[in-house]
Design a protein around this ligand. Structure first.
Ligand SMILES: [Zn+2]
Length: 301
């Protein structure tokens, strides 16, 4: 495995409590488990994705498709197999997903109206559509190293271009910033010298998370480096949620109740998912260090 500033993604041992019966915070705002509500991911059961619209005439056109089994991940191991396997996967998708839900895909060809913007790490193990089941048309997704949201004052980049389009044009109702265990980007952030001038694109990008690093170094200094990295993985998600509010057009929609901001954390060592929602309305609980309360915390295991 190639070594780089992002490292070789060591396997981390989880040290966070795995029960949902705990308090949690965004930069220190604590709430009780009694605030936990039901998940807001009910849209995943959209009936649109189950339309029995198989069209015989069209499906005959893919009669030579070699079946692929989706119940077990099949990895492409030999370079020569890459595109033949990819071709089989595409044709299987066309036969079993596209043509069997043709009406849905015809609607999507006209326009998209996703309810979610998802900001996820580019790590190959954490595809949000795969682990959270987003179907085509359900989520506008932007992926970058360590799922950061830069603050408004940092100026244009591809992540906030996606924010602008999805919030102002698509008018998504939810933004989910989803992080993960063993994140190489967070490890790079935690390892780097903050004063160092570097030409590395990676180092200059992960600096976006330096507030989360600073908080982690302050409140988790007693932990091991691996544990601090894990703490920072979650802290940076909260930092990104607060950074979202630096965009005037995002805060405006959040304040009107038209847009909700959510954090998510996928532990792929234990295969658990934690999610929470920023409680913008509870400004009375705003902390001295600039945090907001959270609500609707859930732990899926
Ligand atoms: Zn990552």
């Amino acid at each position: 495995m190639a070594q780089s500033i992002l490292g070789s993604s060591p396997v981390c041992k989880p040290e966070f409590p795995r029960s949902s019966a705990s308090t949690s915070s965004v930069s220190g705002s604590k709430l009780n488990v009694s605030d936990i509500d039901r998940t807001q991911l009910g849209f995943l059961n959209s009936s649109k994705t189950n339309l029995p619209l198989r069209l015989k005439a069209l499906s005959e056109g893919v009669g030579l498709v070699q079946e692929t089994k989706e119940t077990t991940p099949k990895f492409i191991s030999k370079p020569d197999d890459t595109f033949s396997e990819m071709r089989n996967r595409f044709l299987s998708f066309k036969k079993h997903k596209y043509l069997e839900n043709l009406e849905c895909y015809k609607e999507l060809a006209e326009a998209q109206a996703p309810k979610f913007l998802v900001i996820s790490c580019a790590d190959s193990r954490v595809c949000p559509s795969y682990i959270l089941g987003f179907q085509p048309g359900e989520a506008f997704i932007v992926r970058n190293i360590a799922n950061f949201v830069p603050p408004f004052e940092n100026g244009p980049c591809e992540t906030n271009a996606a924010l602008e389009f999805s919030v102002n044009d698509l008018q998504v109702e939810n933004i989910l910033v989803t992080g993960h265990s063993c994140c190489g980007g967070i490890r790079a952030l935690m390892s780097m010298d903050d004063e160092e001038k570097s030409s590395s694109f990676i180092k200059n990008w992960v600096k976006v998370g330096k507030a989360a690093k600073s908080t982690t170094k302050t409140i988790a200094s007693n932990l091991t480096f691996d544990q601090q990295c894990k703490h920072c993985e979650k802290e940076s998600i909260n930092n990104s949620l607060l950074n979202l509010l630096t965009y005037p057009w995002i805060e405006k929609r959040v304040s009107k109740g038209l847009l909700s901001l959510h954090g998510g954390y996928y532990d792929f060592v234990e295969c658990t998912y934690e999610k929470w929602t920023l409680d913008y309305q509870k400004k009375s609980q705003k902390q001295e260090i600039g945090g907001y309360a959270i609500k609707n915390r859930e732990f899926w295991s």
